[in-house]
Design a protein around this ligand. Structure first.
Ligand SMILES: C[S@@+](CC[C@H](N)C(=O)[O-])C[C@H]1O[C@@H](n2cnc3c(N)ncnc32)[C@H](O)[C@@H]1O
Ligand SMILES: C[S@@+](CC[C@H](N)C(=O)[O-])C[C@H]1O[C@@H](n2cnc3c(N)ncnc32)[C@H](O)[C@@H]1O
Lengths: 122, 122
């Protein structure tokens, strides 16, 4: 396909700050119906990601600290990247979402396996 | 494509019984690296589904009962169904997984948007 990240991405991304409580993260997932929430600074710089799987981990290991359950080494993509490359990155790392960032790590959007899968629906 | 559910599905599905604790569900998600767990009877009949999003909901609403957070009206598919139809069902209902069942509601496998997205990776 000729489809790029920017053609598909959700650019109205729900985000959270690193001092948030786990309840805040859970409430945001409920109200926005999402499972992946980038963690950003006040100027929207990406510093991590927290997902419903991470919240499930907090139940498994009985830990209530966002800092301990979030992922800090985030795999990302650029807005001009082809979706085949994005799909490959997600497959290789067993992840379901890639935040889209610019060269200064500023968050521009998010791509998920849901959106890519929707391309095949008839 | 000519791809059917049975060509793609994971037929080694992690499942849980309805009397499980939320910690059991969370532990199974961690050990199997999955986010969707069908709830079945002793003879593998599908009676519900619980996902990482549902465990996140348990944090948001402070509820520790599997019975209250699991989904009982499960959208499913058959093993001979085309993946385009499966992708459409998931898009229409905003869900990321469809359990594959036979005519007697016996669980045969599971399909996720991750697996469908992987088809596009180069
Ligand atoms: C290895 S995946 C397995 C479960 C499922 N595939 C998923 O993506 O949630 C779960 C972990 O991946 C992390 N993760 C999700 N998206 C990520 C990304 N873009 N970069 C790095 N880690 C990510 C989450 O924080 C979580 O700890
Ligand atoms: C509406 S989705 C929104 C978040 C995300 N798309 C996901 O699938 O987790 C979350 C809810 O869908 C439910 N769900 C997931 N797969 C389902 C299926 N095959 N049939 C019915 N409900 C399902 C879950 O139990 C959860 O309560």
């Amino acid at each position: 396909t000729n489809i790029l990240a920017e053609d598909l991405m959700d650019n109205n991304v729900s985000t959270i700050k690193k001092d948030a409580q786990l309840e805040d993260v859970a409430n945001l997932m409920m109200s926005e119906h999402v499972t992946h929430i980038p963690v950003v600074t006040d100027d929207n710089k990406l510093i991590g990601i927290v997902t419903a799987w991470d919240l499930s981990k907090s139940i498994a290991i009985n830990c209530s600290s966002l800092n301990q359950i979030m992922t800090k080494n985030v795999i990302t993509c650029k807005s001009d990247e082809a979706i085949e490359s994005i799909a490959r990155k997600m497959k290789e790392s067993d992840i379901s979402c890639l935040p889209v960032v610019n060269d200064n790590s500023i968050l521009e959007g998010i791509i998920t396996t849901d959106q890519i899968s929707h391309l095949l629906s008839d």
